[in-house]
Design a protein around this ligand. Structure first.
Ligand SMILES: [Zn+2]
Length: 190
């Protein structure tokens, strides 16, 4: 992908993410040349290649995998966050900053997590049910279960999984409870 020192990524290949992950590399995705798209959406499949062949993704959508991924739209935003699924039309929004600077393993697991939300949206589920705290929300727990299962399939340790689960807005107490719910041994992140 490198040409005369200029790095230009046109698509993120699921296999590449997986390989990187297996190497336990903490390198970051680099989408240096990615520009602001001004809120417009793009075909997911144009930027994320090969996800229809990832077993974890097939577990989420079953026989509808190709169809769903072909229709899924993605929006890149400069808002510094991670990624989320719209509760209005089910499209995926991803922070360009996160893609640029986030750990590849985390980005990959987040994609698995968010694709579960895509399916939940299609099923008519309420993604942002405020009757629940974030870490108790059934839709979140289901999404986390898929991500943790995939993390385990890839041989990640409980310590690494905890590092993945921990976000800056989650208290240690919440983090502990979430880990317990998901059957992950809690290891305090440093
Ligand atoms: Zn979620």
């Amino acid at each position: 992908m490198s040409e005369q020192g200029e790095w230009r990524l046109t698509a993120i290949d699921a296999r590449e993410l997986l390989i990187t992950k297996l190497e336990h590399a903490a390198r970051t995705l680099r989408l240096d040349r990615m520009i602001s798209f001004g809120g417009s959406t793009h075909p997911f499949a144009e930027y994320f290649k090969g996800f229809e062949n990832v077993e974890a993704v097939r577990r989420i959508f079953g026989q509808k995998t190709e169809e769903v991924l072909a229709k899924l739209r993605v929006e890149f935003t400069w808002v510094r966050s991670y990624m989320w699924v719209s509760g209005v039309d089910g499209h995926l929004t991803i922070s360009s900053y996160y893609l640029n600077h986030g750990d590849r393993v985390d980005v990959y697991l987040d994609l698995i997590h968010e694709l579960v939300h895509v399916r939940q949206f299609m099923e008519g589920k309420e993604l942002f049910d405020s009757n629940y705290n974030y870490i108790d929300r059934p839709t979140e727990l289901e999404a986390y279960r898929y991500a943790v299962e995939e993390a385990r399939n890839l041989g990640l340790s409980d310590e690494r999984i905890c590092r993945y689960l921990k976000t800056e807005w989650m208290s240690d107490e919440d983090m502990q409870r979430l880990a317990r719910t998901l059957g992950v041994e809690y290891v305090r992140a440093h």
